[in-house]
Design a protein around this ligand. Sequence first.
Ligand code: FEO
Ligand code: CA
Ligand code: CA
Length: 759
Amino acid sequence: MKGITHPKNDIALSPAGGEHICDIIERVSVDRRSFLHSAVSSAALASVGGITLGGLVSTVHAAPIPASFRGPGIGFDSIPAETRRRNVEVHRGSAEAVLDRVTVPAGYKAEVFVAWGDPIMPGATPFIGDASETAAQQARQFGMHNDGMHFFPLREPGFSAFGGGVSSERGVLCVNNEYTHEDILFTKGQELGANYTIDKTRKSQNAHGVSILEARRVAGKWTVVKNSPYGRRITANTPCRISGPAAGHSLMQAKAYNISDTATTPTGGATDGRSCFGTVNNCAHGITPWGTYLTCEENWNGNFSSDLPVDQSAATEIGKLNRRYGVSKDGFSVYNWHKNDERFDPAKNPKEPHLFGWVVEIDPFAPNSQPVKRTALGRFKHESAQYVVDAANNVAFYMGDDERNEYIYKFVCAGKFDPVNLAANRDLLDNGTLYVARFDANLQGKWIALAPGTTGLDGKALRNNPNFSGANDAEVLAKILIKTRMAADAVGATQMDRPEWTGARPRISGQDEIEIYCTLTNNNRRGGGGTDNSTTSNNPDGSTLAASARPPFDAANPRPDNDFGHIIRWRETGKLVTATTFGWGIFVQCGDSITTKTLAGNYTPNPAFGVGPANYVGNIVDVPAGSADFGAPDGLWFDYFGRLWVQTDQVGDGSGDFINIGANCMVCADPNTGEVRRFLTGPNRCEVTGVTMTPDGKTMFVGVQHPGEDSRANAPTLYSNWPQNQWTVESDGVTALPAGRPRSAVVVITKNDGGVIGS
Ligand code: FEO
Ligand code: CA
Ligand code: CA
C-alpha cells in the first residue's frame, strides 16, 4: 500500500539488482555538467527563472549571457561577525558569550530541520528533553553531533534520465553523527562510574554512526517523514562487511563477539577479517558517481581505552601501529565504552582498532544492506572523500588525514566508471592505486603511489621495508593499507596543516580543469614551538607518535604556528585524475586582518611573514576589507553552480585568537576572484559543519554541531540552549520542542524569493 510517507514503488528498496534512482540522477547530473560546459552560469539561469533539470536545456539556449559574466557570483551581502564585543546583551549567564542563535543574511530564512534525538524511523519516540532515553530509543532517533551529509533526491512524475523529474522537495538525507558529548547525552549522574552501565554504553554507541532519513517539503515546510522505510540508523554495532586488499589479513582478524543489548560476549575465536561491527567518529563524507554514500572514520582511536596497559612499543607491530595512530590506554577521556564492552579495550582485543579508520560505503536506498569498509582507500583519520570522474571516465577520490602533520591522498580506481551499466561500478572501490601527495616548492606536485614497488626514502622498495614485509605483494599491499600513515612517512609525502574537507570545482561555465581544494584547518606545531625550539618531521620508519612532529614551514604550509589555517588547491596534469603530477597554489590564507598577535619566540619565523602580526593577518579578499575574516576552515563544498562554501571549526565562543572573528561561521567564496562573504554565523560554542543542497539549489541544509560545547552534566544549558531558544519546533504537529539541553541539529535554509541559495 502506498501512503504519503511511503516511497513510490518505482524506487528500488532492494539492495540486490536493478539500477538505483541515484545512479540515474547522477547520470543526469553528468549530462547537466556537459550542458553547462562553456555555456552559462547558474546565476544567469536563475535570472531567467529556470534551473530545474527539466528546464535546463531550453533555458541554456534561451538565456542571454551578460558580457561581464565570469562565474556564478555571490548575490547576498556579507553578515557581520558574531563577536563578543558586538553582543552587548547579557546572554546565557555570560556577558562575554556570542549570540546563541543562527544568523543568515536578509532575504533568507533558517529553520531547524532535525536535531539530536528526533525520531527518524519506524518505532521511534519523540525526544524527551531530559536525555532519559534508553539505548533502544536512541537507536531510532537522530544521532548526536552531526557532521558531513548529502541529500539524495528521489524521482518524481515525469522523470527522465536526460532531464526532469528529479525532486527538489523529496529525498533521502544521509547525515554523519561524529561523536557524543556524554554530559549532554545522559541525565545528570548517568554518565558516571557505576551508573555507566551497558545500557549507557549502548546509548552512546547508538548516538554515533550515520542517520538516514527521508526529507520532504510539504506545503512549503521541510519535515522528516515519520515511519519512512528509508529511515535507518547505522551505529557502532551495525554489522559491516570489509572488502578490498586488506580484507582477511591476519591484522584484521580481531576477537569475535556476540553482541546483544546487554553484553558483548567473546565467542572464544577470531573473525575472518572480512566482517566487523559498526562505524564510529564519522566526520565528513563523500558520495560516489554510482549513487552511494561514503562515511569517513576520523578520530576513532578516541573510542578505545583501557584500564590495563596498551602496547605502544616501538618494537612490536601492533605497538608501532598504536603509536602512529594514537591508540592508547587513555583514549579520549570522555569515553568509557571499554568498561562494559571489551571490544573497545585494545589491551583485551588488540586488533579491533585495525577495523576502524576506513571509508565506509552505504547504499542510502537499501536500508537492509550492509555498510562496506573499503580498505583500498587506506586507513587513517579520514575526513572526507571527494570524487571526480574525468573525461576518460577514470574515477578518483581525494581525501585528507586530519591530524597535525598528516597527508593528502587520492585513490584512483583501476576500473573505469561505466555510465551505462551502473551495476558494473558496484565494486570499483576495491581495486586501484592509493597515492599520497608531495607538494614541491616550485608549485608542482607529485602523487606517490603507495604500492609494493614504490621506492622509499631509504632507497628500498616498500616490499623490502620491514613494516610492510609479506609473503607476496598482495600481503605487502594489505599491510601498506592497514599502515597507510607509515607508508606515507616512508616515501616522503608532504606533512600538511591538518587536512580537512576536499572539494572539486564543478566543470561548468568554461571551467574544465580538474581543480581540487582542501582546507588545512590549523597547526600549532608547524615551525617548531617545542621547549627546545626545534623542528622535527615524521620518522621515515613510521615510528613517530601521532601528531608529535614539529615540521618546519614549507611552501605549501608557509606559516609557523598556523592558528587560522589556509586552503590549498591543485589542478591535475592533463585534466585526468590518473595524473601523477599536478600544479598547486594557496587559494587563501585565513586570518584576522586587525590582529596584533605576534609570533612567539619559540617558533621559527618564516621571513615572508616575520614575527609580527603579518603571520596571522591572512589575505582574505573581502569588501570592505576585514568584513569576512574567518579562520580554522574545515567544511568545504562546491555547490552545483560553482560557489565555494567554507565552514569553520575554531573556538566556539569567539574568545582568544578569535576575539575579532567571533563565532563559527559559514562563508561563500568565489573561486575566480577569491572574494569571500559571510553567510551564516552559529550559536555559542558550536561548530558549523555539513552542507548540502537540493538539485535546484533552492534549499540548503547546514549542520550545527555541539552548541554549548564543554558544558557539564550539572548545568547542561550553561553555554547554550540552542536550538529550542531560537525556534519553537513542531514535533508530530503539535508539541513544542522540549527545553533542557543544547542539541546538534541540521538547519534548513531557503530564500524568501524562492531563489537559489547564494545567488
Ligand atoms: Fe571531524 Fe577533522 O573534523
Ligand atoms: Ca571536520
Ligand atoms: Ca571538526
